[in-house]
Design a binder for this molecule. Structure first.
Ligand SMILES: [Zn+2]
Length: 275
């Protein structure tokens, strides 16, 4: 019986969704990082909404010259306004890290680098993805200090960044690596209305687009399995609330906690399919 799952979207032209199925609950793998209750949702520029602009793939926020989607995903200029036909192309191939190997560097100025090494160890323990210190490779991720927690989506080509403010935990770092591997947020699945209610009236002004389904945003894809409330890519019930009331509830109206301890069974199964 398929149950859990997440929608894994590879950016790149045809945008494919990769998912998986796993049995049982959304079992989180503890890593000893932030508890589920006090985990914070990731934002590239906390407290800043910037300017909402229409892009090829839906509305995004322009903040400090960067193109931000769903709060913490950095879109390249080409991803916002692609030139050329959006058909099958190298875009899809470049969205996924070849051979499931991510080359990386850590900026010397980044404090608490154990957040990065612990997050990498977590990914390597529970998935086939491997992280290798970059030497001369052209495509790689640099972990550096940022104003919030943010990442590009998928491999974009050349150097890309995962930005980590001091408040970004190991769990947040695991989440941002998920974006770099090609994952979008779980609550943006096309089928999410089957599982959750989005309470728009409780969402902070300017953050409504963080709750837009990827299909509405212009991405194509397919959801497999069920929405995974325990996914490390899922918002919590109170994420981006303007008034202390929930922004997302289960269909029965009950709330749920954000989970940023580690990859859920669904996260791991999805990555297995993808990589
Ligand atoms: Zn995110």
């Amino acid at each position: 019986m398929k149950k859990t799952n997440l929608s894994l979207l590879m950016l790149g032209v045809g945008m494919s969704v990769f998912t998986s199925c796993s049995k049982e609950q959304e079992t989180a793998v503890p890593t000893g990082s932030a508890s589920a209750q006090d985990a914070k949702v990731e934002e590239a520029y906390p407290g800043q909404t910037g300017t909402a602009l229409p892009g090829k793939f839906g509305v995004y926020q322009q903040i400090n010259g960067e193109n931000i989607l769903e709060g913490d995903i950095i879109l390249t200029a080409a991803q916002v306004n692609p030139t050329g036909p959006q058909t099958e192309s190298a875009g899809r191939n470049t969205g996924k890290w070849p051979s499931a190997v991510v080359y990386y560097t850590i900026d010397a100025a980044l404090p608490s680098q154990n957040r990065v090494t612990d997050a990498i160890t977590h990914w390597q323990t529970y998935t086939p993805v491997r992280f290798v210190k970059r030497t001369t490779q052209a495509n790689y991720v640099t972990f550096r200090v940022g104003s919030g927690c943010s990442s590009n989506i998928g491999m974009i080509g050349g150097r890309q960044y995962i930005n980590l403010a001091s408040g970004c935990s190991t769990g947040n770092t695991i989440h941002e690596i998920g974006h770099a591997l090609g994952l979008f947020h779980e609550q943006t699945r096309n089928d999410r209305d089957t599982y959750v209610n989005i309470l728009t009236q409780n969402i902070q002004a300017g953050y409504e687009n963080n709750f837009t389904k990827y299909g509405v945003s212009g991405y194509s894809g397919t959801d497999f399995g069920a929405l995974d409330f325990g996914s490390i890519m899922m918002y919590g019930s109170f994420s981006f609330s303007s008034n202390g009331q929930p922004t997302i509830t289960k269909k029965d109206g009950s709330t749920f906690n954000i989970q940023r301890n580690g990859l859920s069974a669904g996260d791991r199964a999805g990555i297995d399919v993808m990589y």
